[in-house]
Ligand binder design. Structure first.
Ligand SMILES: *[C@@H]1O[C@H](CO)[C@@H](O)[C@H](O)[C@H]1NC(C)=O
Ligand SMILES: *[C@@H]1O[C@H](CO)[C@@H](O)[C@H](O)[C@H]1NC(C)=O
Length: 435
């Protein structure tokens, strides 16, 4: 009798405690083959079939020894009419040279795949996978990184394995603007002046421009962009006397009415909160990327809040004036140059998450069916070989894009970035006002 097979099958028997075993054996048919030597009586050595690199048997003798290990995998089912353990015949699912059995799972980027039985009779299996668009897509990376594009794409490991639909909630966070807000009249400066070709608030006001924040897995862009714009403008308008980082957490935790925290917020409601209640210093209420309890009383002052104001004259919270809207390229430029960074609302598609450097334009690579609104802080502009762009701070940390910033085409309302831009004046303590 075939010695090798004996060993193979013995090993298989040892591992047979799992729900599905002996995946190492091709399931056949052998004894069930419609050829000669089917289910032979007694011992008949030529009543055999090739299996792996040896032989298996369909004669009665294979069942006679204590370990009836030389029988073909389908001997019991075909010759004795005993239904085999399903695992005996199961075909495993394969992935990258590894075998998986029904119930086993693996992940494919943001999607989970499960090995399932697709045919109960033949016991064939296959992968059943979710088919959601992922935050990171090979198609985008490949498609965008072709010659002739104005920007480059990157596969960010911190975004890999996440679903696009979740990214649109937890990496953005701006709710669609209400009709009244969209109808808000825009401020028109109509200044007929020669604008510099390049303007960067970080160079114009060194040390006054706030650092790039990482909003984390929390749809708080509405709070982060407002706190950023307000901080920059406090510093600029006070000529540094009130240079500080304001806390987006104040908005995230305390501006709860009609807002949804890490699932998103309305920027008009948030600006009104920043105007009516004011914000506190970041050090007093650091960013947590989660809605923790608001520790402040409504409309309190900094002393009551337990926040020691860095500026002697200040007791009230940091409040802003009424927000205003800008919607023309030149007006936006004028406002940034005069008073500092502004907030802009843009439409984000899958490709934007991959931005690494260059001048962004929506590429149409990848998924174009899902989109979200994103509030960002616009800090300047420039021109590269005749290609005009805005310089914008994102809130995905300094590892993303150009040190946390991105550049986007200017003058063409790319991704809607010029269609709703917000400016505001900060309530700088009188003694600190810029002369
Ligand atoms: C063959 O083995 C099965 C168990 O696998 C047993 O039920 C049956 O009685 C055996 N038949 C003979 C003829 O030994
Ligand atoms: C993208 O990055 C992840 C890990 O961060 C990696 O597993 C995956 O293979 C990468 N995809 C491509 C196309 O490079």
């Amino acid at each position: 009798m075939a010695k090798t097979l004996h060993i193979v099958l013995l090993c298989a028997t040892i591992t047979a405690t799992a729900a599905y075993h002996r995946p190492d054996l091709p399931p056949g048919p052998y004894c069930g083959q419609p050829s000669n030597n089917q289910c032979c009586r007694d011992r008949k050595d030529d009543c055999s079939h090739r299996i792996l690199d040896t032989l298996c048997y369909c004669d009665e003798f294979c069942n006679r020894t204590r370990a009836h290990d030389d029988c073909c995998p389908d001997y019991e089912a075909v010759c004795l009419g005993i239904q085999p353990d399903p695992g005996f015949l199961i075909q495993p699912c394969n992935y990258r040279n590894k075998q998986y059995f029904p119930g086993d799972k693996r992940s494919d980027n943001c999607n989970t795949c499960e090995c399932v039985i697709t045919n109960e009779v033949t016991l064939t299996t296959d992968w059943k996978c979710e088919r959601d668009a992922c935050l990171m897509s090979e198609d985008v990376v490949y498609g965008v990184n072709q010659p002739g594009m104005s920007w480059r794409a990157y596969n960010y490991s911190q975004f890999y394995g996440k679903k696009l639909k979740d990214g649109l909630i937890y990496k953005l966070g701006t709710f669609p603007l209400s009709r009244e807000t969209r109808r808000m009249g825009a401020i028109r400066y109509d200044k007929n002046i020669a604008y510099p070709q390049n303007f960067d608030a970080r160079r114009r006001w060194p040390n006054f421009i706030s650092a790039v924040v990482d909003q984390g897995w929390c749809g708080s862009d509405w709070a982060v962009s407002i706190a950023g714009v307000a901080s920059d403008r406090f510093a600029i308008q006070s000529n540094g006397a009130e240079a500080l980082a304001l806390s987006p957490q104040t908005l995230l935790s305390c501006n709860l009415r009609q807002q949804q925290g890490c699932r998103g917020g309305h920027i008009d409601i948030a600006w009104n909160f920043a105007r009516g209640h004011g914000l506190v210093d970041e050090r007093c209420f650091p960013y947590k990327a989660a809605v923790v309890r608001c520790p402040f009383r409504p409309r309190g002052n900094l002393i009551e809040d337990g926040c020691r104001p860095p500026v002697r004259q200040r007791t009230s919270r940091y409040k802003v004036g009424p927000p205003g809207r800008l919607s023309k390229e030149a007006d936006i430029m004028y406002d940034i140059m005069e008073s500092g960074p502004v907030q802009a609302v843009m439409t984000v598609y899958q490709d934007f998450f991959h931005y690494r450097d260059g001048i962004y334009r929506h590429s149409r690579h990848g998924d174009n069916t899902l989109q979200g609104l994103h509030s960002v802080r616009m800090i300047g502009w420039g021109e590269e070989r005749g290609d005009k762009y805005w310089i914008v701070a994102n809130s995905w940390g300094p590892e993303w894009g150009e040190n946390g910033y991105f550049r986007i085409a200017r003058g063409v309302d790319e991704s809607g970035i010029e269609s709703f831009v917000v400016t505001v004046l900060s309530d700088v303590t009188e003694a600190n006002q810029k002369k």
